[in-house]
Design a protein around this ligand. Structure first.
Ligand code: FES
Length: 806
């Protein structure tokens, strides 16, 4: 085995740090450390001559590990690691520490203490470097195709973008026709243009102009090369992993051959079965064989198998001039191999009958906004006339009630975000067609936050639409006048009102689409607290999920208006394209590794892993061991923190590496104050320390920082080990409990800290020697304050005697 030779490169940052740290003492200290083969001090090492010094030392085989103390640690790390790799050294054999922001700046008033702390920091980096192991890059091939689940405007826009970019794309829609809610909405606010209008595909060479937008049915969408459309189909199984999914689709029979049907409508003229048309708010009937209008795609009839009499009737078969009706069609299973999946399953209107006081199921003249949209639509069941469904008489007194089942803790606490604008749109369309109509909107707050939305609201007021601030307590039906009375307290006038109405419209909550939970389980992705698909990070990584290669768009993540949906759809398409374009997933193998000798049969790690990277596989008879997928593992170490028998390690944070680091950090004091080990996660926790240093905030030099991948890696025994090593206090500094970069790490750490406190108490050690903190970058002042407070607390507690902790 080759001897480990550590090269240590000390930057004084253009002589800035020499004003505080005694570099001669540091050099002399480091030279004594076994394994150190080279010590160089210079102005900087992340570029120019300094970087060349490192490269030459590697190429000349003088060193096999690199420790660099440099300012701008992240930038330095990127440059040094890249140069080291190009010089032939594995990048994981390089350690970079920050003597400026973590030592010199926060302790500039106590230079000798700062120098002693710097010695400890350097020793910790050297000891860790000696134990580091090379980590390889792994490559996993990707299938260059995408499945888009959901054929509403979000799914169609994403699919169009992807297919236009030359990526083989499948779009799967569970209903018989594309279009989703948009086809029923008629018009979209704030432009009041057609809801089924989309951007023309680039491949539509004959008609495309820079500003082209078209109705879906004439957009050429269905003719885009690379796009395969599956309607009446649903996903029933998803196997495989990132970049290579095998998806099983069940395609239900349409009973009409898509390649033969010419849409002549003869079939519906002979079909004897008529049922209420759900698509048209049950305000008219449709036949057992039918096509939705307006049609988006395909322009082909479908048979409703729940009501058709099939061979007992077969009139449609007889009359069809192209022999397109095929009553013996069966379901088929289709297997797709795709590299990426985009979920665009949208949202749906909540059934408002849950709000008993509005009697939606009981009074036919109480309808929902979506049902009103069908009435307003010229294609709709009333050809645009606003009527009382109970007697089909014109309705001219209309009350719209906002937030039905939304912003209501009994049902759905969230604001559905688009209902105010939908109601304003409907009210204005009614007023435009019938200026004499009396339209009132009862609201809690009118939310018009989007571009031009406030002007829309202004216009509605100018048109004479009335607004009553208050949530109605009840809708009552007066049998004598056949009128509806809406009881509401006007919060502004402070008066109880009884609003007479021919028609009451409920702006029902928008809720996750049916089947959302099942699909999330199939895909292994999460839902948020409201049951919508959860984005990885709404600010920084919208449309992404925790699973690489699976993306979200449109109303699947939350109700959205059309412009936002369109943006979201383009974003998902761009991200899926970016993911696929490399042709492979390249990942460092800084993943978890199982010691099969110790591992056995428990299910803690598979259940805990946020990425589903661990599974149990049989090993011998009736024995199971954990197996880690290097493709899925993100290297957080939460499994390590969970394993009860220490059978899992992370390749880049093995227990011996952490232990050596920990001991070194508390091996030198030089402050006269009790030593504190601050175990900081590599993300927000560590950056909080960075920011306190950057801002030159002062805290005592007895506080020593140890970086761990995520606080979720920490086990109870690690805290005890820290005390045994000489720490008088331990601070665990992680991300906010709902902001861990690996989802649950800081929550797990919090629990471990609480458990450890109980144990410490048992040992007679004051539990307040161990504290958990949750911080983000901008809370550097909090870190400095916490460090001071902990120091003062430990000074009051006195020295820790650890004879009982073993
Ligand atoms: Fe910060 Fe998990 S990454 S606590």
């Amino acid at each position: 085995m080759n001897e480990t030779k550590v090269g240590v490169f000390l930057s004084d940052c253009g002589n800035q740090l020499s004003q505080i740290l005694d570099f001669d003492a540091l050099v002399n200290h480091v030279k004594q450390v076994p394994g150190v083969a080279l010590v160089v001090k210079a102005s900087e090492f992340w570029r120019g001559e300094g970087l060349k010094t490192i490269v030459d030392a590697i190429k000349g085989k003088k060193i096999s590990r690199v420790v660099v103390a440099e300012s701008l640690p992240k930038l330095s790390e990127i440059r040094v690691v890249k140069a080291a790799e190009e010089a032939g050294l594995n990048p994981y054999l390089v350690e970079v520490i920050d003597l400026k922001d973590h030592c010199a700046w926060p302790h500039r008033d106590t230079p000798s203490e700062a120098t002693e702390k710097a010695k400890a920091m350097l020793l910790a980096a050297i000891e860790r470097a000696k134990l580091l192991e090379p980590i390889e890059k792994l490559e996993f091939p990707i299938t260059k195709s995408v499945l888009v689940i959901g054929g509403g405007i979000a799914g169609m826009q994403t699919a169009e973008d992807l297919a236009d970019l030359g990526i083989k794309t499948y779009i799967v829609e569970k209903s018989p026709f594309l279009g989703g809610l948009a086809t029923r909405a008629g018009r979209f606010f704030p432009t009041d243009d057609c809801a089924i209008c989309i951007q023309s595909p680039a491949s539509d060479v004959k008609t495309i102009t820079h500003t082209s937008r078209k109705c879906v049915y004439r957009s050429g969408f269905t003719e885009i090369p690379n796009l395969n459309i599956l309607t009446n189909s649903r996903v029933i199984a998803v196997e495989g992993a990132t970049g290579n999914y095998k998806v099983t689709i069940e395609k239900k029979p349409r009973y009409v051959n898509e390649s033969k049907c010419v849409g002549c409508d003869l079939c519906t003229t002979v079909c004897p079965v008529a049922v209420p048309d759900e698509y048209n708010a049950k305000l008219k009937k449709r036949k057992a064989i039918y096509m939705n209008v307006p049609n988006v795609h395909p322009p082909v009839y479908v048979i409703d198998e729940n009501v058709c009499k099939f061979h007992d009737c077969a009139k449609c078969v007889e009359i069809c001039p192209t022999k397109a009706v095929e009553l013996d069609q069966k379901s088929e299973r289709i297997t797709l191999n795709v590299g990426s999946i985009v979920v665009a399953t949208g949202f749906q209107e909540c059934d408002p009958s849950i709000v008993k006081e509005y009697h939606y199921d009981e009074y036919p003249d109480v309808i929902t906004n979506l049902e009103l949209a069908r009435m307003i639509d010229g294609f709709g069941p009333t050809s645009g006339e606003i009527i009382k469904p109970s007697n089909r008489e014109p309705a001219r007194r209309i009350v719209i009630i906002q937030c039905v089942g939304s912003r209501d803790r009994r049902w759905n606490p969230w604001c559905s975000s688009i209902c105010c604008m939908i109601s304003l749109k409907h009210a204005m369309l009614i007023k435009s067609a019938h200026p004499e109509a009396d339209v009132t909107i009862c609201y809690i707050d009118i939310r018009t936050t989007g571009r031009e939305h406030e002007y829309y609201y202004e216009r509605a007021r100018e048109m004479g639409i009335k607004f009553v601030k208050g949530r109605p307590s009840e809708i009552v039906h007066d049998p004598e006048t056949d009128m509806l009375i809406v009881d509401v307290e006007d919060e502004i006038l402070r008066r109880l009102l009884e609003l007479e109405a021919d028609l009451v419209v409920l702006a029902s909550a928008m809720v996750p689409a049916e089947g959302t939970k099942d699909l999330a389980d199939m895909l292994g992705i999460e839902l948020d607290q409201d049951g919508f698909f959860k984005e990885y990070n709404a600010k920084l990584r919208p449309t992404e999920t925790k699973r690489r290669g699976i993306f979200l768009c449109g109303g699947a993540t939350f109700p959205k208006d059309a412009p936002t949906t369109s943006l979201h759809a383009h974003s998902a398409a761009m991200k899926a394209t970016k993911f696929l374009s490399a042709g492979k997933v390249v990942k460092d193998q800084k993943t978890a590794v199982i010691n099969e000798e110790y591992c056995g049969d428990c299910e803690f790690c598979p259940v805990t892993c946020p990425y589903g990277a661990i599974s149990l596989v049989p090993k011998g008879e009736e024995h199971f061991v954990a197996e880690v997928s290097d493709l899925l593992c993100e290297g957080c170490g939460i499994c390590v923190g969970t394993c009860p028998v220490n059978a899992i390690e992370l390749r880049h944070a093995r227990p011996n590496q952490m232990s050596a680091q920990m001991k070194a950090l508390v091996s030198v004091n030089g402050t006269g104050k009790p030593l504190i080990l601050a175990m900081c996660c590599s993300e927000c926790g560590h950056t909080a320390v960075d920011s306190s240093g950057m801002a030159m905030m002062q805290y005592p030099a007895n506080v020593r920082v140890m970086k761990v991948p995520c606080t979720g890696i920490l086990q109870v025994h690690v805290f005890l080990e820290a005390f045994k090593a000489g720490a008088q206090g331990v601070m665990v500094v992680g991300c906010k409990s709902d902001g861990c970069h690996y989802e649950v790490g800081s929550q797990k750490a919090q629990k471990k800290v609480e458990l450890a406190k109980i144990l410490l108490n048992e040992y007679g050690v004051e539990p307040e020697r161990l504290m958990m903190h949750n911080m983000v970058f901008i809370e550097g002042a909090d870190f400095a304050e916490a460090a001071k407070t902990m120091t003062e607390r430990l000074e009051k507690l006195g020295s820790l005697q650890l004879t009982d902790v073993s």
